[in-house]
Design a protein around this ligand. Sequence first.
Ligand code: ATP
Length: 558
Amino acid sequence: MEYRRLVEIYDRLDATSSTLKKTDILADAFSEAGDLLPELIQLARGRLFASWESDELGVSSSLTAQAIANATGVNNDQIESWWRETGDLGDAAANAIENRAQTTLVSDTLEVRTVYETLRGLTEYEGTGSQDRRINDIANLLADAEPNEARYIVRTIVGAMRLGVGEGTIRDAIATAFLDGSDEAIQTVERAYEVTNDFRTVGETAHDQGRNGLKELDIELFRPVKAMLAQKAENVADALNGTEQPLAEYKYDGMRTKIHINGDEIRVFTRRLENVTAQFPDIVAAAQEEITAESAIIEAEVVAYDPETDSPIPFQEFSKRIKRKNDINEMAAEYPATVHVFDLLYHDGEPLINRPLSQRIECLEEIIDHDEDKGTIQRAENHQPASVEEAESFYADALKAGQEGLIVKNMNALYQPGSRVGYMLKVKPMMEPLDLVVVQAKWSEGRKSDWLGRLRLACWDAEHEELREVGRMFSGLTDAELREITAKLEPLIQSVDGRTAKIRPEIVIEVEYEEIQESTTYDSGYALRFPRFGGFRDDLGPEDADQFERVERLYEEQ
Ligand code: ATP
């Protein structure tokens, strides 16, 4: 197929804002595509790669502008000026071809496949001279291009097609081209895309094998699977009410990860389906040593703990490991990964996403090598609560351990990649945080006995110019935070009674919590439920703390 023909399709897509018309235009193009179908499906959205493949062409807009200049002999300033006029480097490329100073003697007709393969090939150059080679390849393509062809080639390179063709349009076009376009056909294509994440595979299967072929598509090793997403619950009771056969798990604040294992071959993918295997040699080694299955896709939340204090390191810190391409072993030593596994989507040759969670977990627990005492791979802390009280106490444990809250899952539910279907409900302190003053603290117990914790907190009553207590925070503090709080509070101790210290009210902290209750324990008449440390507010003094009036208002509103 000539690229000119694809450009006509692009122009027709551009000329209509109707999604239905766009669907029809693409459905026609797909039915006629023959063995170019996979390429056409990608190029219809101006994409060269599937969503989970690296799409870094290694070509910036200014390098592309340079290639336009090389291909046409038009000078860089002129190209820049056209570019600035419309903000579209594609337009600048079309103008440059029209006004080119040099004409190629024998100009080849551009084929879709040539454009597709040349552009994909740009990612393969490495090392010195690779920029020049990329510029050269693009210039060669442009030298053979008509103005409108150049426009779309450049838009594809810089990732700015703006044709209003989304995933839904591609899905509907495949369902129309190869099935009957009915709702049921669309659903069949949708499900096939959920499990494969790749419209090329879906399109080819629909073309070659129709409905039945699509229905047989399933998740595969090393082809990344989208994560099932959680819905919000108001509180623990609400989460239990909304769940058929509830299993509560700690909600860790880390990197959501899928680990694909096939014998010695292991790959680690993030929630955004990036392949981060190279950055996490510790996860690869742990999967090799601590997972007994021959093949598996395991889902986990990866967290780093401070090796001295055992407290979770904030995700922002840990996420440095994802971006780092150098010093990988140093980073692994500084932020060693703990892999809290919670789901199994594939096991020894068999996809499990259509099995209930209870079965997936049973199998997951069997393939973790429990001889590895406290290994890198650990089953996420979990509990099947018999009552709301039991679940709340588990929730308090999670917060105490410095984790974010709970995820309550339905043990009967299947795995729905990419969907927020209510099979998982998340509970975390989620009222707007309050800034409160620390008025009292207690020395902790046991190992932590040198540290001040259990903070009594107060808001500011502006009318009476006094502080009013709204609760006590005894959980959610990491060792590092306890140490920092102790250092800040000790100089402010006014008096000591047993293990309790009265603190001069100077330190303001941000406090997250689940709800506000009435209470006779505190002189404000209110108490925060499940309060949790959200950080120091060194920029605030006691009079800047949240006012009693706001606490009353939040109580009324909730
Ligand atoms: P979302 O993931 O729902 O779009 P988000 O990225 O803001 O939203 P949260 O709302 O904090 O994340 O909560 C959901 C996330 O919690 C999951 O995506 C997952 O990464 C994480 N998580 C932590 N522990 C677990 C667990 N035990 N089971 C499932 N997910 C967990």
